[in-house]
Structure formats: C-alpha cells, structure tokens
Design a protein around this ligand. Structure first.
Ligand code: GTP
Ligand code: SPV
Ligand code: MN
Length: 606
C-alpha cells in the first residue's frame, strides 16, 4: 500500500512530513501479511544480516547477530521528556522536550537515505477491542517490521479500525545508519554509536522517538515504550494499571481456576513462571502473557487483565526442556533468534540449553567458538541477553482466553526479584497498603537485560517498573494506593512477595525453582480462598513449615531457611529503604508508605 492510499488525513500528512525529514528512498505501508513478513526476511538475508536456519530442525526460523553496542535496552539513553522535570521524577532521565526534539530532529534529518521507510500500523491488545491502543511506527528496519509482525497485531486490519480520524500514538524509529548510493549493510548490523542512541518518550503529547538502536525494547516500540511507558501515563490519568507483569491461569486438582499476575524485573523469571509445568500432581498452569499486563476494573469491582502483546520476546540462555518445556516448544518454528550461537548444521545453541555444544559453533559475534568446559573464563557463545521472538499462539500452554478483550479476573499479584539472602521464599502482604509498600521496595540483582547497568549488584526496582514507568515513581506509588481505594479487599487481588533465588553459603540455589514454583503457587491459590497454613510475622504472613509441599532435594532445614524471618537482615533492608531509597522521592513519597516503614521497624524491634 502507498502513502497516497491512506484514508486517515492526519496520518498521511504526518508520514509525508516524516519522510521529507528522514529522506528514505521509498515509503511502504505495511499490510501485515505473511508475504510481507517473508519479503522482510528475504531482504535481511540478502543483505547478510539474517541467516535462515536448517529447515529440518528449525523451519521458518532466522538468526540475527546484532552489533555489540546494540544487544539490550540502554537505560542511560532512555528519556521521559515531560514538560516539567518533576513529572519524570528521580528515577528517569529527563530532558526538556523542545531541546530533545531539536537534537533528535537533527539526527533524523536524512537518516533513512538509501533505505525504505516502513509504516507499521499496530494494535496493542486485540484489534478493535475497547482496551486496545493503536500505534503507528515509522521505521527503516525490516528486522523491526518482522519482529513487530510477531509481537503485535499489525497491518491493514489496524488501519481499518483507525478509520479516517482515529487516535494513534505516533512512533519514529530509525537505526541511524543512512546508506550511501550503492552501499548495502553487507552483514554489518546497522545502528548508531551509544552516545547517539535515544529512546525518547513525550508523555503529554503521547509520542515516541527512537534513534540509533535496532534491538528489542529500544526498537519494537509497541512493547516497553507504548505498552508500559506511555500506557502507564494513560493508566494514571484513567484509573487503571499498565504493569511489567506476566499473567497466568492456574487450575487446582478440583478444577477451580484462578488468574495470577507477577512483576519481576527483566530476566528474573516472568516467562518461566507464565509457562510453568507444575511438579505438583493435579495442578495445571496456562499462559495468558509473559511480560506486560494491562488491568482495568470490571463492573463487579475486580481487576481484569489483558496481555497487550501477541508474541514472546524471551531470554534464550537458561531456557531448556527441563526449565521451560513450553518455551522450547514455542520456538521450534517461525521464530526469530537474535544473538544466540549457531551450530554447524545451522541449529541454535546457548548456555543452559541442556546439552553440550555440538562441535564448532559460530558465537553471537560471528566468530568460531568451541566449548572449553575446563575454562571458566571462556566468554559465552550466546549473548546473556540473546532472545527469541515467537508467536504466542505457538505456545502449547497458551490459555484459550489469552485474547479475550474482556481480560481475566486477577486473584493475586506477585512481586519479586533475585535476592540471594534475607527475602523469604514467599510472604503475603497484610493489606493492600502493606503490599504496595513491599512492591515499592523490590530489590534485585541486576541482569544482562540492560546494557549500561552493572550485572550482579542489587538495585531497587520498584514493582519491576524502574526502567518502564513513564512518570514520577512517587506519583506511581500514589496511583497504586488509589487503585486500592477503588474497590474492597475481598475483590482486590491479594499481594505476595516471592523469591526463587535464595542461595546457600556455597552459592548454590536453595530452591529448585521453575516447575517446583507451582508448590508456592498452590499455597498462594489457597490463601486467596482464606485457606493454607499461615503464620503472622513482623514482615508479613508466611507459610507454616509444612504448608508448602517440599520438592526433592529440599530438606526440612532448607525449608526452614527459606521461610525464616531474618530479623537482622530485614533491619538492614529497611534501614537502606529509609536512608537511601525513599528519600529519592522527596515529598512525592506517599505518607502511607512511611507509615508502613515505621510499622515494620516497630515490629522488627518488638
Ligand atoms: P524479561 O523478558 O527481561 O522481562 O524477563 P523475564 O522476567 O521474562 O525473564 P525469564 O523468565 O526469561 O528469566 C530469565 C532467567 O531467569 C533465565 O536465566 C532463567 O533460567 C532464570 N529463571 C527463571 N525462573 C527461575 C527460577 O525459578 N529459579 C532460578 N534459579 N532461575 C530462574
Ligand atoms: C525487558 O528487558 O524487560 C524485556 C526485554 O522484556 S526488552 O523488550 O528488550 O525490554
Ligand atoms: Mn520485560
């Protein structure tokens, strides 16, 4: 489809003005068809950016290797450019929107020379449903077009819903590497150097401008940029929630169903929990979403969640048949792999895939790589943040209702992170406000999902939204407290804090995790019905020692350790919140949360 054929006057004008600035050789409006997807892949293979994998082993799959400067989100280059700095808050980078637009306009000038500008109309949420939001992304990256085909609903059907004057979020994206006449990418992943990358959000005008990166959340603008950063602002204004949460359906042996969401920081287990296969007999878990949940109140006063995405952009390393069988099944065909290693017979391999590297590999940098198990210093063959892009419909555990525009009613929220010490396996909040307090102090060891934060150190990542909240995090805490006022405790989800990542003195995980997390989910399920052995402690409500059925390899002593209230550890934790975390928010920090802080300090002293 051509630009002239666009029926939406404002959209047509914007596309033409953008093209005049960015100067692409051609402009194409995406229809979302399979033929279009195939055409993108062919272009990418022809320019030696993509490698078609072995059709016998991975039919319809393609591998990409990105530039080492472009392997993850870049938080230091991500901006919330609100009119007032205060509205971005202490946890976001801020820049005056006029200034930022001037800087970026200069970068965009001529940035698409030698390339095609693709116009991607996309819907986050089922097309045409009341809860869905429409965006239109202009991009010069066929890789992004192909990924967006999987991750969102794209094409003509979205334009049909948009009609002649519907609302959309305009999104600019350029990889920032114009081509000279006759030049081709020729195997070199196009992007701009780090200091020229910008992932910018304009919350008041609801615009997204991304420049210089072609990878993941930096470039697939429907995901973190629209469905979290911009949507969180809409949610604040309209009284709903846009969260970095998985959504799962769980059925107990009696056939009773509940839906649970969970917010864990990047690369901390959302995809795994969403696709879990219970080791507890008779229980069943199905997937509704693995990364983002939008939740609105139903007429019955309960919160209903939808997954605004259509695919999974999941972490590859550590994914294997044991840890996540359903993910392994989901990525057997029609999947885009980025920065994993390739075997001689053109299959994929990564650290933690469950078997040794077969022979000579090509690593994520494109070099030959032979596994040397004696060498602990050997750099990994797959980048730690290498990922797969796969259609959600390919997941064997996908729930029937995953695309229901009405959403699913949520019974429990889980919060958690990677904490080797102090934080118990599971802990139930005493009240909504206590739960919000716990969400606001989430800490986690940093992972490889962002390029510019040091992996391994513990940082506070409130509600797992630190990199994704589109406004002042203090106001975000207030919004969560207000949500709790909109319904009654019997209808609101109960709030739990979980930690699968406790380690012993030898540095080994005490809890086996993965499928065995179903044992914790079963306790949570029962608690939602007021059942399950529970004991009140200073930090919250914990399971009695025998309330969680112990998996193989977890001794009684281990269980005791996992459920211990570490008074000294918690005192240090809370002192850190008081001294280093809460003061960041100044008078934006709701006083109710200081109330909870004082209450827990008192309980720990008692
Ligand atoms: P994003 O897509 O970045 O938002 O991450 P995510 O939260 O979906 O992370 P994911 O489920 O992909 O988890 C990534 C890493 O956590 C992998 O290395 C997993 O092996 C590891 N992991 C997941 N669940 C568990 C668990 O229960 N125990 C342990 N020890 N590791 C886990
Ligand atoms: C995350 O980092 O939380 C992700 C991957 O889900 S990305 O889409 O790149 O942000
Ligand atoms: Mn995520």
């Amino acid at each position: 489809m051509t630009v002239e054929q666009l029926k939406h006057g404002r959209l047509k004008k914007w596309v033409k003005e953008s093209a005049a600035l960015m100067a692409p050789d051609a402009v194409e409006v995406c229809d979302g068809s399979k033929a279009e997807y195939d055409k993108m892949i062919k272009l990418l293979v022809d320019s030696k950016l993509g490698t078609v994998l072995n059709p016998e082993k991975k039919p319809g799959c393609v591998l990409f290797r990105s530039d080492p400067s472009d392997v993850a989100r870049v938080e230091a280059r991500t901006y919330i450019a609100s009119e007032k700095q205060e509205d971005a808050g202490p946890t976001n980078n801020w820049c005056d929107p006029k200034e930022l637009k001037a800087t970026m306009t200069d970068l965009y000038r001529g940035s698409m020379k030698g390339r095609t500008m693709y116009v991607i109309p996309y819907s986050m949420g089922p097309v045409g449903s009341g809860i869905a939001k429409i965006g239109v992304q202009l991009t010069d990256s066929p890789y992004v077009v192909a990924n967006m085909h999987i991750m969102a609903r794209v094409g003509t059907k979205v334009l049909d819903v948009l009609g002649a004057d519907g609302e959309y979020v305009p999104c600019w994206h350029s990889v920032g590497k114009p081509l000279a006449p006759g030049e081709s990418d020729d195997g070199k992943w196009p992007c701009a150097p780090i200091e020229q990358k910008y992932i910018s959000h304009f919350p008041e005008t609801r615009e997204i401008w991304s420049y210089g990166s072609g990878y993941g959340g930096n470039a697939l603008l429907g995901k973190k940029c629209l469905a979290l950063r911009i949507a969180s602002v809409l949610a604040r204004d309209e009284g709903w929630l846009a969260e970095h949460m998985l959504i799962l359906k769980i059925t107990n042996p009696q056939g009773e169903v509940k839906y649970i969401t969970g917010a864990f920081p990047s690369a901390c287990g959302k995809t795994n929990l969403a696709m879990l296969i219970p080791t507890l007999p008779g229980w069943k878990v199905e997937t509704v979403g693995d990364d983002i949940a939008w939740m609105k109140f139903g007429k019955d006063g309960r919160l209903y969640a939808i997954n605004p995405e259509a695919g999974f952009f999941g972490v590859a390393p550590g994914t294997n048949d044991e840890s996540n069988h359903n993910a392994m099944e989901s990525i057997k065909k029609n999947t885009i792999y980025t920065n994993v290693a390739m075997t001689e017979d053109k299959d994929v391999w990564w650290e933690g895939i469950g078997y040794d590297a077969p022979g000579k590999l090509i690593d994520w940098k494109g070099n030959e790589w032979v596994q040397d198990k004696g060498n602990k210093e050997q750099p990994p063959a797959a980048h730690p943040n290498s990922r797969f892009t796969a259609p959600a419909s390919q997941c064997p555990a996908i729930a029937d209702e995953w695309q229901d525009p009405n959403g699913v009613p949520i019974s429990a929220f889980l919060f958690g992170g990677r904490r080797p010490k102090t934080i118990p396996l599971v802990n139930e909040a005493k009240s909504w406000v206590h739960g919000v307090f716990m969400g606001s102090i989430v800490g986690s060891e940093v992972t490889a999902a962002a390029l510019d934060v040091k992996a391994g150190t513990i940082r506070r990542d409130p509600f797992a939204m630190l990199p994704f909240c589109g406004y002042n995090m203090g106001d975000y805490f207030k919004h969560w407290l207000e949500i709790g006022q909109k319904s009654t405790p019997d209808k609101l989800p109960k709030i739990f804090f979980v930690n699968w990542f406790r380690k012993n003195e030898a540095g080994k995980f005490i809890w086996p995790g993965y499928g065995d997390n179903s044992r914790v989910l079963a306790w949570i399920f029962d608690r939602c019905d007021g059942k399950g052995g529970a004991v009140e402690t200073p930090i919250g409500t914990l399971p009695t020692p025998d309330a969680i059925v112990r998996p193989d390899g977890v001794s009684e002593a281990d269980m005791k350790e996992l459920l211990k209230v570490d008074i000294e550890g918690w005192k240090a934790e809370i002192a850190d919140v008081r001294e280093n975390h809460y003061p960041k928010f100044g008078d934006k920090l709701p006083k109710e949360l200081y109330g909870e802080l004082e209450a827990i300090e008192k309980r720990l002293e008692a």
